[in-house]
Design a protein around this ligand. Structure first.
Ligand SMILES: Cc1cc2nc3c(=O)[nH]c(=O)nc-3n(C[C@H](O)[C@H](O)[C@H](O)COP(=O)(O)OP(=O)(O)OC[C@H]3O[C@@H](n4cnc5c(N)ncnc54)[C@H](O)[C@@H]3O)c2cc1C
Length: 427
């Protein structure tokens, strides 16, 4: 069973021989192990934590949004500038093939909204258990509590991996140690040093899919308030006003929610060169400021004795209506007839271009993924083998790739693990 203690390995490893060592038992490493073992290779996975797949268990709030129903072209587009790199891996294990693969392991999947895909069990544990059982049935050795420290390298050839439990000899190594996000769940950037040891360049890791901290403190008073289908954009020259659209959440220190997470890495990048990033939020992106202004004027003349808050409350969730009135400087008891022209303008602006100032992110502790990592420049996308050291492969978040919320990152972890494992197994 997956997650056995490391005693067995400590006793046996000197006598065992392996073709491939995989560093990291996350989704990428476990899938790589299965794919490599299916080619007949003898595979060992070393995992620094005392159990495999800890981060996988936390995905999708424990429900594991493992992929989505996008086409491969859409996947490529969602990985941005470097998206082309993922295509061969996605071709090797397509999103529908991942679902079939899991179904064959008795983990059927469902897509309740036609886009996000989850295990029908609604449990990330069932996915981890299936991967563990598949690996075990292929005689993959999973060693927990074994942190990989250095590559064994002789004259640019792989000889194995030095771990906290000793040297494991093998001619091929797959680095699948993930990024730097959520250190408690294994995100320690534990594979970066080994990649650098092999001569690979590292792109500075920054937190991605991370909540943002704002200079304004009022969101904290309304923490938990969600804004459905808002539009958010970076209010700086050169950044598109279309921004991104999706659900947003007010938090104790600022803002979060899918649309904020998706924009967060870009903001984190700007924060490296300036202290503050102005952003704007259209709470009602389909209603222009002029229409709101006309609506408020209409309330003033036709429902003048009603509180403005009560009228707005009929159009928006109560806590959001309260927050916007506060931002516009309209005390709650104000009746519609008392609303000044200036207050009307401020409220219309707050509804269509609410201004906030981002001064930081919640950092790697709360970042769901890492932007940056091992540069793609020296990695062959068709095999995921290093172009610098033959026999060295990469899979998953360790590489300089990150996708948005919605199952993109796990699909990449599984597909890249599959391709790296298969390539290393056949090499
Ligand atoms: C809270 C949370 C929720 C998420 N939800 C989703 C979701 O619903 N859908 C989605 O697509 N993505 C989600 N993600 C992102 C997704 O979990 C990651 O993209 C994915 O886990 C990356 O897989 P990986 O195998 O590359 O790395 P990881 O899952 O990070 O696994 C790497 C493993 O390597 C081990 N390791 C590191 N260094 C060493 C070393 N030196 N020696 C030995 N072992 C080492 C680590 O302990 C870890 O177990 C979520 C992330 C978080 C944090």
């Amino acid at each position: 069973m997956i997650g056995k203690n490391s005693e067995k390995f400590s006793k046996d490893w000197k006598s065992a021989s392996f073709d491939i060592v995989i560093v990291g038992a996350g989704p990428a490493g476990l899938m790589a192990a299965i794919a490599a073992a299916r080619t007949g290779a003898r595979v060992v996975v070393c995992e620094q934590l005392d159990r495999p797949g800890l981060k996988l268990l936390a995905t999708g709030g424990g429900r594991c949004n493992l992929t989505n129903t996008s086409t491969i072209d859409e996947f490529v587009a969602h990985f941005g500038r470097q998206g082309r790199f993922i295509r061969p891996a996605l071709d090797a294990l397509k999103p529908p093939t991942l679902r079939t693969f899991l179904e064959e392991l008795h983990v059927p999947t469902v897509s309740p909204n036609g886009f996000h895909v989850y295990p029908a069990s609604q449990s990330a544990g069932s996915v981890l258990q299936a991967l563990g059982q598949a690996a075990e049935s292929l005689r993959v050795e999973i060693v927990v509590g074994a942190k990989a420290i250095r590559l064994g390298l002789e004259e640019n050839l792989i000889t194995g991996v030095e771990t906290t439990q000793g040297l494991i000899e093998a001619r091929r190594v797959i680095l699948a140690g993930g990024g730097q996000s959520y250190p408690k769940l294994g995100g320690t950037g534990g594979g970066y040093a080994m990649a650098e040891q092999a001569g690979h360049k590292l792109i500075e890791p920054i937190p991605a899919l991370v909540p943002l901290i704002t200079k304004e403190t009022w969101p904290g008073q309304f923490a938990g308030t969600s804004i459905a289908s808002a539009r958010i954009w970076i209010d700086l020259k050169g950044y598109p006003r279309e921004g991104l659209r999706g659900d947003l959440l007010l938090t104790h220190r600022g803002i979060s929610g899918p649309v904020v997470l998706d924009l967060s890495a870009e903001i984190a990048q700007i924060l490296r060169r300036r202290a503050e990033v102005p952003i704007r939020i259209a709470v009602t992106p389909d209603v222009p400021a002029a229409d709101w202004s006309a609506q408020i004027e209409c309330w003033r003349t036709q429902a003048g004795r009603k509180q403005l808050f009560t009228l707005l409350d009929q159009k928006l969730p109560a806590s959001l209506a309260e927050a916007l009135c506060q931002v516009a400087g309209i005390p709650r008891p104000t009746i519609a007839a008392q609303v000044s022209a200036e207050q009307r303008t401020r409220l219309s602006e707050a509804l269509t271009g609410l201004s906030l100032t981002v001064i930081g992110t919640e950092g790697f502790d709360q970042a769901m993924v890492t932007r940056g990592g091992v540069s793609l420049r020296d990695v062959d996308p068709n095999t995921l083998e290093s172009r610098l050291v033959p026999g060295l492969y990469f899979a998953g978040e360790i590489l300089d790739l990150d996708g948005p919320c919605g199952g993109y990152n796990l699909q990449w972890a599984f597909s890249s693990g599959y391709l790296a494992g298969r390539s290393a197994g056949k090499a």
